[in-house]
Each structure stands twice: as C-alpha cells, then as structure tokens.
Design a binder for this molecule. Structure first.
Ligand SMILES: [Zn+2]
Length: 128
C-alpha cells in the first residue's frame, strides 16, 4: 500500500487515483468541506477525512468573461451540492447551453478549463 501524496490541502492521491478530501464529524455526523480544525455544526474536533465523491447537483452557476492573469475566458463556475452534504465551488468543463440548475456533475482532476488552478479539481457533467 502506497502512502497518500498531498497535492494541496484537500487533494491527494492514493496510488494513481486523485481524490478530494472532506471531513466527517464523529460527534454529529455532518460532512464538511473545506477541511477545518473543528466541526462547523457542533464545534467538536474529532473529525475523520473522507473522500468527497459521487455526483453533485448544480445549485447555481455563471459564465465568467474576465479572468485573472493567464486564465482563458469565458469559463463556467458552479456551486454544486454533494449528496453527503458539502457545497463545492469549482470551474466546470461544459458549454453554457448544457448548464442548468440541478444537473448532475462529477469531479475531475488536473488543470481546470480556464487554467490557473488553485486546487487541481473541477467539475464535468456526469451524464453524456
Ligand atoms: Zn459535528
């Protein structure tokens, strides 16, 4: 078994497979993201790292036309809710015509569509 390689505070690899980490509170059971020192619901500090995986549904999205230095525009960003609870903000590799509230997304890893990654993850539509 290989040890995890930390790529950022929340992204790590287990073997060759990247994963995004969230936390599950052992006291109240809530899953949160980003990683923090204590539970945002109950304040307890007994938290276990768990993979943030599966589908997330678009809560809201927008198309960005002015990006930071080195970023390709336009690009899409979205807030999407995972079934486990966390709401994640990330770029989306999709066309604006595809986007709708409630559409299912899944995580992908690498350089986001517009570049300039803060973390090496973004969303892609989970249905073709
Ligand atoms: Zn808690």
């Amino acid at each position: 078994m290989s040890l995890p390689t930390v790529l950022s505070s929340s992204v790590q690899t287990q073997g060759d497979r990247p994963q995004l980490l969230s936390q599950c509170c052992k006291a109240c059971g809530v899953t949160t993201f980003p990683i923090a020192a204590m539970c945002s619901r109950c304040g307890h500090d007994c938290l276990a790292h768990v993979e943030l995986a599966g589908e997330a549904k678009v809560f809201s999205w927008t198309e960005i036309h002015r990006g930071g230095a080195g970023m390709k525009t336009p690009y899409i960003v979205a807030l999407a809710d995972f079934e486990s609870g966390p709401r994640l903000f990330a770029q989306v590799r999709a066309e604006p015509a595809q986007m709708r509230t409630g559409m299912p997304l899944k995580l992908a890893f690498g350089v986001p569509p517009a570049g300039a990654p803060a973390d090496a993850y973004y969303f892609v539509p989970s249905a073709p």
